[in-house]
Design a protein around this ligand. Structure first.
Ligand SMILES: Cc1cc2nc3c(=O)[nH]c(=O)nc-3n(C[C@H](O)[C@H](O)[C@H](O)COP(=O)(O)O)c2cc1C
Length: 203
């Protein structure tokens, strides 16, 4: 009998970064929407402040997002360098999927908390980032369980305003990550990890 913990551990160890994804929905779009909603409704945040927003880009919106990034990268590094270094990744691992999830932080949430709880003011920006990570990880796991190949990207701080305009979101939101997903092309194995003797203390 498979126990709940074995099921969870299997899911934990199966999630990896897929740098080869195909444009095929291995689960319905509705299942992805449902997953994102479930994550937003269940993942904890400091003081239950809920500073995370997500945008699910599919179809033309997904393509347009990566075309915008591509154009910006070519502008920054030049066509030749782009073709040599980044184009293969964009074409095989990002734009080649069926969708991208954009993650945003709402800074006014942190500002509000800092005003209400000055004693913790210095902690709130850190907790907001940790909350981003929790949401991103939960989505990554969920997409993996649905059968998608997924990776996590940070093409941020370059053309965020254009990305936000294209995505139609509040200009005050801060883009924290992109998560492209599609059909996995191959199995990905685990990377080497530090020994537990180094990373885990039990007393
Ligand atoms: C906070 C964080 C930031 C990351 N940023 C990137 C990134 O910008 N680009 C990328 O290709 N992978 C990124 N990754 C993926 C990691 O490199 C990857 O998860 C790690 O090497 C372990 O490999 P695995 O995902 O296959 O288990 C990031 C992962 C984390 C947790």
């Amino acid at each position: 009998m498979t126990t709940k913990i074995e099921t969870l551990k299997d899911a934990l160890s199966h999630r990896h970064s897929h740098y080869a994804i195909r444009p095929e929905w291995v689960a319905p779009r509705e299942a992805v929407e449902d997953l994102l909603g479930h994550v937003l409704q269940n993942i904890p945040s400091a003081f239950n402040s809920q500073p995370v927003r997500m945008v699910l880009l599919t179809g033309e919106a997904h393509t347009a997002h990566w075309e915008l990034i591509e154009k910006a990268l070519i502008g920054f590094m030049g066509q030749e360098k782009y073709e040599a270094n980044t184009a293969p990744k964009v074409r095989q691992a990002f734009a080649s999927g069926v969708g991208t999830i954009l993650f945003f932080d709402v800074p006014s949430v942190t500002e509000g908390l800092q005003a209400s709880f000055p004693a913790y003011a210095a902690n709130f920006p850190l907790w907001a980032q940790q909350t981003q990570g929790s949401h991103q990880y939960a989505v990554w796991m969920g997409l993996d369980v649905l059968g998608f190949g997924v990776n996590l990207q940070h093409y941020i701080g370059m053309i965020d305003d254009e990305i936000k305009t294209l995505a139609g979101v509040d200009p005050s939101w801060v883009l924290t990550a992109q998560m492209p997903f599609g059909a996995p092309v191959e199995e990905v194995s685990a990377k080497e990890k530090l020994s537990l003797a180094e990373t885990l203390i039990v007393k």
